[in-house]
Design a binder for this molecule. Structure first.
Ligand code: PMP
Length: 427
């Protein structure tokens, strides 16, 4: 096997670059900085994905998180086929979103109501407007390195495709929009209190990924998260848990369940749609009823609660039993052990400086010490990642093509996949 891109793939990328900025529809797909062009994929099943040359890869990107069951899960596939024969968008009330909403509200004690949107970004955008509308305040607290989608007001010091750039913000975001966003360092509770004391009546919302996972994985202490809860309550602000990655991933109730902390508003994405475009904002009824058509906080969507996506989401979530999480975490444990052992031995320790941060079925590979926050990321992170990525790509193992992005393990990364991974690593 050879990591050289084939002529066909190069031709696809050239054609794509002519038609699409940078050849991609989302920047983290671009292989920027890597000395090869992005692979074009045309088929996926279980833990594997096939490129247009017919080469298969064990996939650890997994569409950046939604595919907790693996690619093309058969139960979901059959339900989608059944649904598609009844039409795929009505722009009207239907029972499919009702089924998904009631499934979720029954199982998530911190929410009474939910509104479905089409992406994580839309969910957070709605949550921010909701918190501002409901509180009559404008300022929001955001943490350095957390990514909440590409809405203007939170596109500052974000992670994901923006991580590692010197200007961690975007052109086209007016200064007056970001003036109300207060950026603080993860873990620094004293700084959070300080800004609340400076603006006691102005802060609408604290936004946080309760498990920050867009700048590698930066686990926070329970005390820090509890401290945020207490400060939000003391100063009358809302606490938003952005569970777009962690929701349904670290157990069904995500970080909310794991920490026992009740946020005021929660955002979901990724797994909630099982790989179809779904996001959601959810909270208690008193807060949710600020949304239109009952309240004055406007929010809408032509394709919101799309029946196909609702069915995909529900059929995915229904498979996430307590036993499924045991299997998922066991897959993760074995796979992380395989990578760790291989780092120590490959080519006389060529990767022996690499370690893994692991939370449930999420993991992140980094050189040196695990960082505490986004301001002390390891030296040579990008260079070391590129080297690793190329070696793995060659062996038919696909990571998300960016040093700051994390990897995802699914239920389909089972014993047989683990065996195959071992063979590929040592081939
Ligand atoms: N919040 C978090 C925590 C995310 O990780 C992401 C995307 N990776 C988003 C929001 C935005 O979601 P989307 O890409 O679906 O707009």
């Amino acid at each position: 096997m050879n990591q050289q891109t084939s002529k066909t793939q190069q031709a696809f990328f050239e054609q794509s670059k002519a038609l699409v900025p940078g050849g991609v529809h989302s920047p983290v797909r671009s292989f920027k900085g890597l000395h090869t062009t992005p692979r074009f994929f045309e088929k996926a099943k279980g833990a594997k994905i096939w490129d247009t040359d017919g080469k298969d890869y064990i996939d650890f990107c997994m569409s950046f998180g939604p595919l907790v069951l693996g690619h093309a899960n058969e139960t979901v596939e059959n339900a989608l086929k059944e649904q598609i024969s009844r039409g795929w968008s009505y722009g009207a009330c239907e029972p499919y979103s009702l089924a998904l909403a009631s499934y979720l509200v029954e199982r998530l004690p911190h929410i009474d109501q939910i509104r479905f949107v089409n992406s994580g970004t839309e969910a957070v955008m709605t949550a921010v407007r909701l918190a501002r509308g409901a509180s009559g305040r404008n300022k929001i607290i955001k943490f350095n390195g957390c990514y909440h989608g590409h809405l203007d007001s939170l596109l500052i010091k974000a992670g994901s495709g923006l991580a590692g750039t010197s200007e961690a913000t975007s052109d086209g975001v007016p200064k007056n929009v970001t003036d109300d966003t207060l950026i603080l360092e993860l873990g620094d509770l004293a700084a959070v209190r300080e800004v609340f004391e400076r603006y006691p009546k102005d802060i609408a919302l604290i936004a946080i990924e309760p498990l920050p996972a867009n700048n590698g994985i930066l686990p926070q202490t329970l005390e820090f998260l509890q401290g945020l809860r207490a400060l939000a309550t003391e100063f009358g602000a809302y606490l938003l848990f952005d569970e777009v990655i962690s929701g349904f991933r670290l157990g069904f109730g995500g970080m909310t369940e794991r920490t026992g902390i009740t946020p005021d508003v929660v955002c979901y994405g990724k797994i909630i749609g099982g790989g179809l475009p779904v996001g959601a904002v959810a909270a208690k009824k008193e807060i949710m009823e600020h949304l239109s058509p009952i309240g004055n906080v406007y929010q809408a969507g032509t394709l919101s609660a799309n029946p196909l996506a609702m069915v995909g989401g529900l059929e995915t979530l229904k498979q996430l039993t307590p036993e499924a999480y045991v299997a998922l975490n066991s897959n993760a444990k074995n796979i992380i052990q395989l990578f760790t052992d291989w780092f120590a031995t490959f080519e006389n320790g060529r990767f022996k400086d690499l370690s893994i941060v692991n939370e449930g079925s999420l993991f992140w590979i980094h050189p040196g010490e695990a960082p505490k926050n986004a301001s002390n990321m390891p030296a040579h992170l990008t260079e070391r990642f590129y080297e690793l990525f190329s070696v793995l790509l060659d062996k038919g193992i696909y990571l998300a093509p960016n040093a700051y992005e994390i990897s995802f393990i699914s239920l389909a990364h089972d014993k047989a996949t683990q065996e195959e991974l071992k063979e590929r690593l040592y081939s």
